[in-house]
Design a protein around this ligand. Structure first.
Ligand code: DAT
Ligand code: MG
Length: 140
């Protein structure tokens, strides 16, 4: 499997509870390298642009308000099969369905406030990384 990069976001419910270090340890223990990382505060409009694919869903307003409610940590994770590996470490969207030991099983508060985002495919990973990071911020 090839070395890949994926976009991860530590969401407001997790930054608020000082869980960044514990979540990063899960990534690193799984062999994912954090190659870029910054703490930012999104506007509701920026959150809506990032989650545009969900704009017709009933939870869109709740999702964008939540993502803009407090700072997030955006990061680029790199490793063998990083996109799928990150999704594995994250666990299912709904923490009630997330496998034991996953980030969402351990830390998520609800299906909406579920601690982390991770890209779901090579195309979305490339788009989402470019949404937050410039080439200058990405070292090899
Ligand atoms: P994932 O974040 O696992 O890729 P997704 O892309 O289907 O899941 O949805 C994006 C986010 O939207 C998800 O992390 C939390 C929110 N969301 C999804 N389904 C929801 C629901 N039924 N109620 C409230 N928020 C939801
Ligand atoms: Mg998704």
């Amino acid at each position: 499997m090839a070395t890949e990069r994926t976009l991860s976001i530590i969401k407001p419910d997790a930054t608020r509870r000082n869980l960044t270090g514990k979540i990063n340890a899960k990534f690193e223990d799984a062999g994912l390298r954090i190659v870029a990382q910054k703490r930012i505060q999104l506007t509701i409009a920026q959150a809506g642009e990032f989650y545009a694919v969900h704009k017709e869903r009933p939870f869109f307003g709740e999702l964008t308000e939540f993502m803009a409610s407090e700072p997030v940590v955006v990061q680029v994770l790199e490793g063998e099969g990083a996109i799928a590996k990150n999704r594995e470490v994250m666990g299912a969207t709904n923490p009630a369905d997330a496998a034991p030991g996953t980030i969402r099983a351990e830390f998520a508060e609800s299906v909406g406030e579920n601690s982390v985002h991770g890209s779901d495919a090579p195309e979305t990973a490339a788009q989402e990384i470019a949404f937050f990071f410039s080439g200058l911020e990405l070292v090899g």
